[in-house]
Design a protein around this ligand. Structure first.
Ligand SMILES: Nc1ncnc2c1ncn2[C@@H]1O[C@H](COP(=O)(O)OP(=O)(O)OP(=O)(O)O)[C@@H](O)[C@H]1O
Ligand SMILES: [Mg+2]
Length: 242
């Protein structure tokens, strides 16, 4: 073997895929019944992409998102996140990756109901043991960034749905994750506030974040950089995505 060939053979395989799923399957067992929600999915996302995952109800979108976000692991197949093989990690290691790399946004906002916008955004910073002065600076900057500088002291009951989702996005950004995962982030919002949330994702995309949203709404999906379609637990290469 020539020196050149030897060097080439030793070179690590570098990809700019931040997310790489290969032949991922996920089976859920309830009692004696096993259901395969993902039946061998290949999925790749490049760093800085804005992707929409679409598909009918029950097609496996949230299952896929849970795996991408290290909330769950595949039953078989490989999941590589940032060049790290995730499917062999234990729950503490998964939690560590989640906290460092991923921000989650959910359809139902999942805010603490009795806490203010400020306190909701503070939660992940407390977990990350950020000191009080830095917490305050970061929370104010985050709430300004999502357009809520004047709602710092409002509780969820004192905000609109769109505003609540903005607080949830500020909270997702608190630990400066590279990846934002959003499961139906506009599902509980009217068209106008949903549009505002998509606009905010666009701004985050422009700032370099990798963004993956699940949506039922093709109008929203079309505003992303690329649409990925699922159907019955498989990649759908032909369908219209709904
Ligand atoms: N924890 C679980 N235990 C058993 N079955 C589950 C579990 N989670 C999901 N499933 C099943 O797996 C399939 C895919 O579910 P998933 O939540 O991923 O679908 P989805 O595409 O997100 O649907 P929706 O658009 O309604 O949110 C469904 O048939 C669901 O019933
Ligand atoms: Mg779902």
């Amino acid at each position: 073997m020539s020196n050149e060939m030897l060097l080439a053979a030793q070179k690590p395989v570098l990809t700019d895929n931040v997310i790489s799923m290969n032949n991922v399957r996920k089976a859920y067992t309830t009692g004696k019944v096993t259901f395969e929600a993902l039946k061998g999915v290949d999925f790749h996302a490049r760093r800085g992409e804005f992707l929409a995952i679409v598909g009918p109800s029950g097609s496996g979108k949230s299952t896929m998102m849970n795996i991408i976000g290290c909330l769950d692991i595949p039953t078989s197949g490989d999941y590589v996140l940032d060049d790290q093989v995730v499917n062999k990690l234990n729950s503490n290691q998964l939690a560590d990756i989640r906290n460092r790399k991923i921000g989650f946004v959910f359809q139902a906002f999942n805010l603490l109901p009795y806490a203010t916008a400020y306190e909701n955004v503070e939660v992940p910073l407390l977990f990350a043991r950020v000191n009080a002065r830095q917490r305050k600076e970061r929370i104010m900057a985050l709430l300004s960034r999502v357009g809520l500088a004047d709602k710092v002291a409002n509780k969820p009951t004192e905000m609109s749905g769109g505003e609540m989702q903005r607080v949830a996005i500020a909270r997702a950004l608190a630990n400066e994750p590279d990846i934002i995962l959003a499961d139906e982030p506009t599902g509980n919002l009217d068209t106008k506030s949903g549009g505002g949330i998509v606009q905010l994702f666009h701004e985050l995309w422009q700032s370099g974040k990798t963004i993956i949203i699940i949506t039922h709404d093709m109008n929203i999906a079309r505003q992303s950089g690329r649409v990925f379609k699922l159907k019955d637990g498989l990649v759908d290469t032909n369908g219209n995505g709904i």
